[in-house]
Design a protein around this ligand. Sequence first.
Ligand code: HSE
Length: 412
Amino acid sequence: MYVAVMGYGTVGSGVVEVFNKNHESIVKRSTQPSLDLKYILDLRDFPGDPNEGKFIKDYNIILHDDDVKIVVETMGGLHPAFEFVSQLLCAGKSVVTSNKELVAAKGYELLKMAEEHNVNFLFEASVGGGIPIIRPITQCLAANEIDEVAGILNGTTNFILTMMIEKNMSFADALKLAQDNGYAEKDPTADVEGHDACRKICILASLCFGKHVYPESVHTEGISGIALADVAYVQSGGGVIKLLGCAKRLPGGKISAIVSPAVVQEGSQLASVRDVFNAILVRGDAIGDVVFYGRGAGKLPTASAVVADVIDCAKHVARKKAFGWGPGEADYVVDYRTLPVALYVRAEVTNREKVLAGVRAALGDVRLLSREGAPENELAFFTGTDTEQTLCDKLARVEGLTVRSQIRVTDY
Ligand code: HSE
């Protein structure tokens, strides 16, 4: 049986490296007499590469080669990945991808195509890089009703926040360090503005709750507005700021889903996830909380998940694994402003005592926070719980208060 790899970037070249390095055991575990790499598709040249004879530039060679039964898509982006993967599935080939943008936008359609053509479309590497999460949710936790899934889903932003928390580094300096270390992209928007985490929580929510969740329906905020003042205030209140993707099952068949900076409780499992590491907490009705932790990005960790999917495809050739979710639905994701939440608030105030009295009159008791060197005209506190819309409306009516920062407080 033959395999092809489309895209020889960081992940694709890692896939080829792992495939070659552990080839003997991979073939054994695939239960096939042979499992060999036939083509590597990339428009660039790689002179001197040990796989030199395998490079091609024409995708149609893979599409029309009946010996290629499994194709790895590590090109990234939505187009032409979607068109290529659709055609390959319809041609009876199984596809493995690490492309979260593709799965978050087109997962339902591609899973349906795979089902119709009795092949597999697997994407373990699309969430959490090398952390096993897709297969554990669908297989090991299959006895549970999953009520909630939440995670630190982006390594770059977790690195930046860790530097801000532990080294008192500004957001701009920490971002520069992430770029120098090769974690963040040159254009880091997808990481720092939460789009990457959004795609990942969409995939997890689709899998956990059974209907496709589209990125457009998930309210997404990044970390570029977080200041060192916020880090210090939250720390004084026993919390840590993390960028979280969260999705919950709600009564009545709908769900909540959001990506935003969040206060997690110091000492909780998510609070201790540092550096570029990822962690995903799954709350099931039988298991309780289970947390998956590890390297969420990088060449070989991600390749590890991709190659495992290739082995799974080889084991299940001409047999679709029972795995996937149903179509999306309008208004499936409830407006986050209508849901109960507590907030961390940092505000500029005209007169501390007078404004604090106004805050208490509007919101009831709030928990005041402190930081070293805070200016006289600054006030920071945790609110009690109410719907986000109500809290924001009440804050807006307090005279002399201008909100400068607002972060959701979680019970993780
Ligand atoms: N840019 C992503 C991250 C890579 O930093 O987590 C893995 O999706």
